[in-house]
Write a protein of this length. Structure first.
Length: 357
């Protein structure tokens, strides 16, 4: 696995100019990508000579790990997911609207809180260690990431905020932001893209309250790890968490793409969830991978201070969904400032049907 949520894995490619003849609806499920390898490009050049990197009002001393480029730095702070009427903003708002309306807390307020302005500069500890990524894991390579120095980097995934948000006491949240990978460019790959992370934790009461005769059921046990559960989880707890996760995500995708959507689940591996799954949808006759998810590793949850809870997590790519939903043929178009592109997404409400022309 190249980098955490495998659904956003990208490959190296040529710097081919944007062609108006290119036409795709998304990335078919059978087009699985291998891990990235560094190649020369404008976005993977040598770091300019300087003792520090200035970014978002802070100075970061450079060292032998520093490899962030001026062109990548120019993308930081653009926050396309927060730019009103941008297609990535529309996708984010649709997901938010669905979660706000579908999941309501005891006081009638949204159960899920949303964080879409978190700094893209994170520590290596946040990006890897907190997510149980082994020290020798290939996803840590300089060739795959943008490092400010040995201790700080541009986040490679929104999962980098999981631990901190759980540690702050949150049980249900969505985190949205720009993420950075050392990749060259083609119509489906770009070194800066946008992700949304979702996390939901359950107490014993919350998980079993609606189960008949569920008073004696428990979240945890001293058992053995299998393909279906972690050693510390009871099978009853895992089955309910997995059912809730798949139900939540099926409702979300059906709401976005329409009733009658075919969904299938593929078993897979992530370092921070077990069991883990990829979700695929059948859209206009093609099976497409749209997100990764799973039952959170209890070690991660425990270390963040939520030892009495069990939870799930998912991660999805905003570009992926927007390209499928709006039939956008090239990922580079999301960075366009051409009004002929942008004006197509100025609509009176976020759920209006749009087809890129």
């Amino acid at each position: 696995m190249a980098m955490l949520w495998k659904f956003m894995r990208v490959v190296k490619c040529s710097k081919t100019a944007l062609s108006p003849k290119v036409k795709i609806r998304g990335i078919p499920a059978h087009s699985r990508h291998s891990s990235s390898k560094s190649v020369p490009s404008d976005f993977a050049a040598n770091t300019p000579c300087s003792n520090t990197v200035e970014l978002l009002g802070k100075a970061y001393p450079q060292d032998d790990y520093s490899n962030v480029t001026e062109k990548i730095l120019s993308r930081v702070g653009k926050n396309l997911h927060n730019k009103k009427h941008h297609p990535l903003w529309l996708i984010k708002e649709q997901v938010k609207d669905h979660f706000y309306k579908q999941y309501v807390g005891r006081r009638g307020t949204p159960l899920f809180s949303v964080y879409d302005s978190l700094s893209p500069v994170v520590t290596v500890q946040q990006n890897f260690d907190s997510l149980l990524i082994p020290q020798n894991h290939a996803s840590r390579r300089k060739e795959d990431n943008y490092y400010l120095n040995r201790d700080h980097m541009l986040r490679a995934h929104t999962s980098a905020h999981q631990w901190d948000l759980i540690h702050s006491g949150l049980d249900a949240f969505l985190a949205v932001g720009d993420v950075y990978r050392r990749d060259t460019i083609d119509n489906t790959h770009y070194p800066v893209f946008h992700q949304m992370e979702g996390v939901r934790l359950f107490s014993c009461h919350e998980l079993f309250s609606n189960v008949k005769d569920g008073e004696g059921l428990q979240l945890f046990e001293q058992g053995h790890r299998t393909a279906y559960k972690q050693e510390c989880h009871t099978m009853e707890a895992v089955r309910l968490v997995e059912f809730n996760l798949k139900q939540v995500l099926t409702k979300l995708m059906t709401h976005i793409f329409g009733d009658g959507l075919q969904v299938r689940w593929v078993d897979c591996y992530f370092p921070f969830t077990h069991p883990s799954f990829e979700m695929e949808i059948n859209f206009q006759g093609e099976w497409m991978e749209v997100l990764g998810c799973g039952v959170m590793e209890q070690q991660l949850v425990n270390s963040a201070g939520a030892q009495d809870k069990i939870g799930w997590a998912f991660g999805l790519g905003l570009e992926r969904l927007a390209m499928i939903l709006y039939d956008i043929p090239d990922i580079r178009l999301f960075w366009s400032e051409d009004e002929r592109f942008l004006k197509q997404f100025i609509v009176p409400h976020i759920w209006q049907k749009i087809k890129f022309q």
